[in-house]
Ligand binder design. Structure first.
Ligand code: B4P
Length: 194
């Protein structure tokens, strides 16, 4: 299986690029953000808990996310591979993902980070906030908190995979098509290695 973590700060283009890459490489796209927003729109207890945290720009607890990822991996046993979008976001989630994949006799092929500056992130998210209806995209203080949470809690996930020789950085500024071309080359070479 070709399992790739598409990594980067909020607004770096993970969701945008994962939607294109899954078609090109015939992969399953699992986005924890989309799964959580699905729970919110159904007004489940999990969704209500998640909403209060997401609206503040904070992370949802690891146990909730690990449970969601586990059932998604089980539901896609026959897939060619998975694009992990929005997770792991903490080292605990990374360790849990590694174990879940090991049980399926597979592993993470690489962590690919989209590198984008803070100013560009903020302007993309504020722009999306005009039309997305997402409250976490509408307030500059919440956006800045999300970027800070990324630096404090999520950036160490890159080190977890760097020590395993699985970290790849990709320039995440430019047009969506330019970035897609860069990512496609990386996905192609990871595909040749597995
Ligand atoms: P996510 O849904 O993962 O949200 P995100 O990081 O904001 O999205 P993404 O980075 O994919 O957006 P994209 O760049 O595609 O998380 C939301 C919240 O859910 C988190 O804050 C947290 O509370 C919670 N959560 C999710 N997963 C969790 C986990 N594992 N653990 C704990 N909590 C979790 O798009 C951004 C915008 O930029 C779009 O409008 C897009 O059109 C635009 N854009 C993209 N590429 C562009 C380009 N090249 N040029 C210009 N604009 C571009």
């Amino acid at each position: 299986m070709l399992n790739i973590i598409l990594f980067g700060p909020p607004g770096s283009g993970k969701g945008t690029q994962a939607s294109k890459l899954k078609e090109e490489f015939n992969l399953i796209h699992i986005s924890t953000g989309d799964l959580l927003r699905g729970e919110i729109s159904k007004e489940t207890p999990l969704g209500l808990e998640a909403k209060s945290l997401m609206d503040k720009g904070l992370l949802v607890p690891d146990e909730v996310i690990i449970g969601m990822i586990s059932s998604q991996i089980d539901a896609h046993e026959d897939a060619n591979g998975i694009i992990c979008d929005g997770f792991p976001r903490t080292t605990a989630q990374a360790e849990a993902l590694d174990k879940l994949l090991e049980i399926k006799s597979t592993k993470v092929a690489g962590l690919v980070e989209l590198v984008v500056g803070d100013e560009e992130l903020t302007s993309r998210l504020l722009e999306r906030g005009k039309t997305s209806g997402r409250s976490d995209d509408q307030d500059i203080a919440t956006i800045q908190r999300r970027i800070q949470v990324y630096k404090n809690d999520t950036a160490p996930v890159a080190d977890h995979y760097r020590t395993k020789g699985k970290y790849i950085a990709v320039e995440g500024e430019g047009t969506i098509d330019e970035i897609f071309d860069r990512l496609s080359k990386v996905f192609q070479s990871l595909d040749e290695e597995v």
